[in-house]
Design a protein around this ligand. Structure first.
Ligand SMILES: Nc1ncnc2c1ncn2[C@@H]1O[C@H](COP(=O)(O)OP(=O)(O)O)[C@@H](O)[C@H]1O
Ligand SMILES: Nc1ncnc2c1ncn2[C@H]1C[C@H](O)[C@@H](COP(=O)(O)O)O1
Length: 222
């Protein structure tokens, strides 16, 4: 019996993993998908045609990058729907607008007209009754120092060259964002409470908590 069966997690469940850059979303996505035998939906970083350019010049590329991410995540949403669920998704679509686009608009690196066009597009595509929200959003949280060490350890050049203040600002915004998030049920996990790299078996405790949350919120699903 695998862990999905042991904890009675429905085969059509869709779980999205949210949290700031470097907190451990991809690592969690892989661990959960392996343990539950679910498909994965990863953010494509290496093949993203705008990401490097964006880190070089936020002002010039913010709008292009946001539209690109929105299109990619929407296509993934369609793929998840077509398979009938059973997915772990690395980063939610809600963070694009709630964290990134808003932060760049507020800081003046996305111009107001572009921001309005982008948010109109986002609202028309996502904030509708036709958009299937995930069954659960797992929010990974950790201290800014731990997050910055992980970004350094991963070593993506574009992120290394970005000032620390950028990550601090994002970290603060995540706190506020998650406290007001209500598009689907949320399970909060602190990265100090588990270490999937050193102790992969700890995934079972996390799955137990997921199963509990899914059971508590089952009345919200059809
Ligand atoms: N539980 C963990 N313990 C220690 N290091 C971790 C853990 N989870 C992730 N990492 C490391 O942190 C870095 C960022 O993780 P990653 O999963 O790529 O983050 P994200 O997808 O949120 O950007 C990677 O180098 C990864 O190996
Ligand atoms: N919507 C976004 N706007 C700007 N940058 C973004 C967006 N979504 C992801 N990113 C960046 C942040 C990281 O450099 C990479 C991958 O994110 P990660 O949290 O490491 O999975 O893309």
């Amino acid at each position: 019996m695998n862990l999905r069966e042991k904890y009675h997690i429905p085969t059509n469940t869709v779980i999205t993993i949210a949290g700031t850059v470097g907190v451990g979303k991809s690592t969690m996505t892989k661990a959960l998908s392996d343990a539950l035998n679910f498909r994965t939906s990863y953010e494509k970083v290496d093949t993203n045609p705008y990401l490097d350019k964006f880190y070089d010049d936020f002002e010039k590329w913010s709008f292009h990058l946001q539209v690109y991410f929105l299109a990619e995540r929407f296509k993934e949403q369609k793929r998840i729907f077509e398979y009938g669920g059973g997915f772990i998704q690395d980063r939610s679509i809600y963070e694009d607008t709630g964290i990134f686009a808003k932060m760049h608009f507020d800081k003046g690196t996305m111009n107001p007209t572009d921001y309005e066009t982008y948010t109109n597009l986002f609202d028309a595509m996502v904030m509708t009754p036709y958009f299937p929200h995930p069954d659960l959003l797992i929010y990974l949280e950790g201290s800014i120092d731990n997050v910055i060490s992980r970004i350094a350890e991963r070593g993506r050049t574009m992120e290394q060259q970005t000032p620390k203040e950028y990550w601090v600002e994002m970290h603060n915004r995540y706190e506020e964002w998650i406290n007001n998030f209500n598009s689907c049920p949320v399970l909060r996990l602190n990265i100090n409470d588990y270490d999937l790299v050193k102790n992969p078996e700890q995934i079972e405790v996390i799955i137990e908590r997921i199963a509990y949350m899914l059971k508590q919120t089952s009345h919200l699903r059809k």
